[in-house]
Design a protein around this ligand. Structure first.
Ligand SMILES: [Zn+2]
Length: 338
């Protein structure tokens, strides 16, 4: 821990480099990933971790899943059974003595025993904690874990709704009440805690994104967002430099950033990585304000204004089509992809 705290630049850079290499060489081919989205996050003491989604080529389409149709459900269960496990190979194995991520490459065996030691070191939900996962039922006053631990053991994988859960979920067969779901290859390669499970409905994704993947604006807003917020509070006559001062004072009062996160940003690493590109469209009648770093001016032209300026030949193009397919340079508009 001392080494990590004293060398946040190495730790921060190493983490994203290791993940990118692991993703390209293992995750992407093995899970046949067609699309991805992930976000780096740091716990208060600075530990890097990732929240993300993977789209897998052969995964059953969740939109088409008929939860009343047993054949459909079985196909869904059979597919995910190959990728997700909650079966402990040896719950009595001692937890790995050295943290598995700190072991030297030449000492790795990738055996079932090593997997068991690893699961016992970091993949079991041993203690529910008040500020973390412990919640209280408002009516009964009963305390419960928001992740649903301890979970019911079962001999067969199934798609079912457990008593304390809001919706039906995929449950792989389970012989350990507190084991987090894992994929053996993923965890043997990554060598640290992972929680890996299929998405089962849109509501669950929205809840996940809102609760974990992009939680707390005050503790996860990017420099750009904070700077934009500072700009919106400027008067027209203020110099751009004042925006920086406001941004810095916002950080010192509203935001704590760990050394590793600071280094991740200073090293130019992205906070979010995705296989798709996004444009943010503001449909507010007030022009968008963006800071032009090159000449310290505030540009007021947004996508909406650009759309309104399109030539007469493009008047049948909708705003959505324009945003999705068009690029422009001055008054020269081009459709991407021919
Ligand atoms: Zn818990």
């Amino acid at each position: 821990m001392k080494d990590l705290n004293e060398n946040p630049a190495i730790a921060g850079y190493y983490f994203q480099k290791r993940w990118n290499i692991f993703f390209e060489n293992y995750i992407k081919p093995v899970f046949k990933v067609t699309d991805y989205w992930w976000r780096y996050e740091w716990q208060h003491r600075g530990s890097s971790h990732i929240h993300g989604f993977l789209w897998m080529k052969d995964a059953p389409q969740i939109d088409d899943l008929d939860t009343q149709n047993p054949i459909d459900l079985q196909r869904f269960v059979d597919f995910w059974d190959k990728y997700v496990s909650t079966w402990h190979p040896n719950v009595n194995a001692p937890p790995a003595a050295i943290h598995p991520s700190a072991q030297l490459f030449a000492t790795l065996n990738d055996t079932k025993l090593e997997l068991a030691e690893m699961l016992n070191r970091f993949q079991r939900h041993r203690n529910c904690q008040p500020g973390y996962c412990e919640r209280q039922n408002k009516t009964t006053g009963e305390k419960f874990c928001r992740f649903g631990f301890p979970k019911k053991c079962r001999e067969q994988s199934e798609f079912a709704r457990d008593a304390n859960r809001d919706f039906a979920e995929f449950h792989s067969k389970r012989n350990d009440e507190i084991l987090n779901s894992y994929n053996a290859g993923f965890i043997l390669g990554w060598r640290a805690n992972i929680d890996f499970c299929p998405v089962i409905n849109k509501e669950a994704v929205i809840a996940y994104v809102e609760k974990y993947a992009s939680k707390g604006e005050t503790s996860s807003s990017t420099y750009e967002m904070t700077l934009q917020a500072a700009i919106s509070r400027l008067k027209d006559t203020d110099a751009a430099g004042i925006a920086y001062q406001k941004m810095l004072s916002t950080f010192s009062s509203e935001r704590d950033i760990s050394g590793q996160e600071t280094c991740h940003i200073l090293l130019g690493c992205s906070l979010v990585e995705t296989s798709r590109k996004y444009r943010n469209l503001s449909v507010s009648p007030n022009p968008q304000e963006t800071l032009n770093f090159a000449n310290s001016t505030i540009d007021r032209t947004g996508y909406l204004e650009q759309y309104k300026k399109q030539p007469a030949t493009m008047e049948n193009i909708t705003l959505l089509e324009f945003m999705t397919h068009f690029d422009w340079k001055g008054t020269n508009y081009t459709r991407r992809g021919g």
